[in-house]
Design a protein around this ligand. Structure first.
Ligand SMILES: [Zn+2]
Length: 113
């Protein structure tokens, strides 16, 4: 189970949100081949690195938002919103499961991208 930092209402249980998937730029349908369109619809990279994901906060603020999540450590990068201080640090999720692996406490690393 993950604690996902909603940029609007703070850290929330993963079950309060819905993961919509990785954010991938949509190709132009007028210039895209069928193979490229199929790749856009069905194929995703699975790097052990940061990916951008879209989430929906269904039990809280009911807003859509994007986060960056590291697929190996489940750390989150929260986007900076106007007037919001959540984006000033990287939040680390709490992993609860059979593996017993917990990535650690909050990190103050700043996203460089
Ligand atoms: Zn929310």
């Amino acid at each position: 189970m993950l604690l996902v930092p909603c940029p609007h209402c703070g850290p929330r249980n993963q079950s309060d949100l819905r993961l919509l998937g990785a954010s991938v730029a949509r190709p132009d349908p007028n210039t895209t081949t069928r193979a490229e369109w199929r790749d856009y619809l069905y194929l995703r990279d699975n790097p052990a690195d940061w990916i951008k994901e879209s989430w929906y906060c269904r039990s809280g603020c009911r807003r859509y938002f994007s986060l960056e999540r590291h697929q190996a450590t489940n750390e989150f990068r929260v986007p900076v919103l106007p007037g919001d201080k959540l984006g000033t640090s990287t939040y680390t999720s709490i992993t609860v499961g059979s593996s017993g692996k917990q990535p650690g406490a909050n990190s103050s690393d700043r996203a460089s991208t």
